[in-house]
Design a protein. Structure first.
Length: 479
């Protein structure tokens, strides 16, 4: 019998082996995204079983998101120092173990604590998938697999609520956690047998513990301020405390990273134009994604009086478009470079928000489906080339940190997107309690989203100027 390591080395350069490793890695990603979206369906059941109010229940979701965002760059930095295969498997084991603990929870407090355990495993998985793909596939062939990673994320988000609803109805809320156990076991076994060890060629460096603590406290405080400031009141003591703590911790973090010999986040990366532009436009795209995600369900329910079951179906065209066109965006990036697909994608996403801004009390199902389809098409075309551009702007040995930062930007953009959407509704000057008032308010909010989309598209177009400057410098150097 051939030892797995020998088998891996023998086939490591073959295309089918690369896709086999890809399938193994994205199984974990799919599991994490299903689990993050399934909780919304379970909240009413948890409310009845644990007699918990909305203020407590929200932490089942919020704690998971906050911890993932807070430790993603830390996980990425660690994986760049270690064997990515071992780190990935550790993440799947922790996530699977956390799922089992969640299923055994006897109180809402236990469930929240065990969701935090889950989030640690989830962050390790999310922080390594893009890095593994970047190592397995050579430059020029990463667009398609990274595009398919986007499709898997979108598919997990779609499947989560529907599968969760079926499982909860048939077997109770604990089943949505138990279903992760066999998937996790299969992922671990497949990773051990199929995935080759992936290590950086550079010597191991010390880990910046102080920088990690400062970043975690700072980013979690900032996200708390942005997400809860509306509820607490922006000038409330809790909001001000969270804001001041975030500013102090993140300022100390920047100072720590500038003076550390082995920083968690190498701030020198932010001198790279492609890296900065890619992360900034990625952030704006995730802010944009939250506008239809937050506004349209309320618009359909409060203005058009559409039944809840139909609302869920009407929201799926966006995700389906993203699933279909994310690989297309990746293919275009491999074929024609990352700039054009990203620019066209963000333009189409902005066009989709423009169509949503024209929705009113007389709009039809078709109007909603068309707007969401165009928006999903644009976001699908944009995301994969943008991720490829960011990942290929840095050395391959820093791909773990870079992939983690992309995921951190995604989560942070979502939080900011929800906060901005609520803010725009409130400053629209309309009565949000009436159908006509909410229709006008949502139209105003979508117009603000269009402005954000235009800003993102313009920033994306500046990549052409960066490329022209780079070519000019190369030409002058060669003379």
């Amino acid at each position: 019998m051939i030892h797995p390591r020998l088998w891996q080395m023998r086939h490591s350069e073959k295309a089918w082996y690369r896709w086999l490793v890809f399938s193994t890695a994205v199984t974990g990603t799919f599991m994490v995204n299903v689990d993050s979206s399934v909780m919304n369906v379970a909240l009413p059941v948890l409310e009845r079983e644990f007699h918990a109010g909305p203020q407590v229940l929200q932490w089942v979701i919020s704690a998971y998101l906050l911890v993932i965002t807070g430790i993603l760059p830390i996980v990425g930095s660690l994986s760049d120092r270690m064997n990515r295969k071992l780190v990935f498997i550790t993440g799947v084991v922790i996530f699977t173990g956390g799922s089992m603990l969640c299923a055994f929870s006897d109180s809402i407090t236990q469930l929240i604590l065990f969701r935090i355990v889950q989030s640690i495993g989830g962050s390790i998985i999310m922080g390594n998938v893009m890095s593994i793909v970047s190592y397995i596939f050579p430059a020029g062939q990463r667009g398609r697999p990274l595009g398919l990673v986007g499709s898997v994320v979108a598919a997990g988000t779609i499947v989560g609520p529907s599968v969760g609803g079926v499982l909860i109805a048939a077997y109770g809320w604990r089943s949505i956690f138990w279903v992760n156990v066999p998937i996790g076991i299969v992922s671990v076994v497949a990773s051990v047998l199929v995935m080759m060890p992936i290590r950086s060629d550079r010597p191991a460096r010390r880990f910046d513990v102080m920088g990690s603590i400062l970043f975690f406290v700072g980013i979690v405080s900032l996200m708390l301020f942005i997400s809860e400031g509306q509820t607490w009141g922006w000038m409330n003591l809790r909001s001000l405390t969270a804001f001041i703590l975030s500013v102090a911790m993140l300022s100390a973090f920047v100072w720590q990273e500038l003076t550390s010999k082995s920083p968690v986040i190498e701030l020198s990366l932010f001198r790279l134009p492609r890296f900065v532009l890619g992360n900034l436009t990625g952030f704006l795209s995730y802010v944009m994604i939250m506008f239809p995600g937050f506004l349209l369900p309320l618009y359909m329910h409060d203005v058009l009086r559409i039944p809840t079951v139909h609302i869920g179906l009407l929201l799926t065209p966006q995700a389906i478009s993203m699933i279909l066109f994310s690989p297309v965006g990746g293919w275009l990036a491999d074929r024609f470079g990352t700039n054009w697909p990203a620019a066209i994608g963000l333009f189409l996403g902005t066009l989709g928000l423009t169509l949503m801004a024209f929705l009113n009390s007389a709009s039809s199902y078709t109007d909603i489906v068309v707007a969401l389809s165009v928006f999903g098409l644009g976001m699908g075309l944009f995301t994969s080339p943008n991720n490829v551009s960011v990942l290929e702007s840095v050395p391959i040995e820093k791909s773990g940190l870079t992939g983690s930062l992309i995921a951190t930007v995604r989560n942070f953009g979502r939080v900011v997107g929800v906060a901005l959407t609520v803010l725009f509704l409130q400053i629209s000057g309309n009565d949000l309690q009436s159908s006509a008032g909410f229709a006008h308010a949502s139209s105003f909010a979508f117009r603000m989203g269009v402005i954000i989309g235009i800003a993102g598209t313009v920033l994306t177009m500046t990549r052409f100027l960066v490329r022209l400057k780079k070519l000019r410098v190369a030409h002058e150097t060669s003379r």
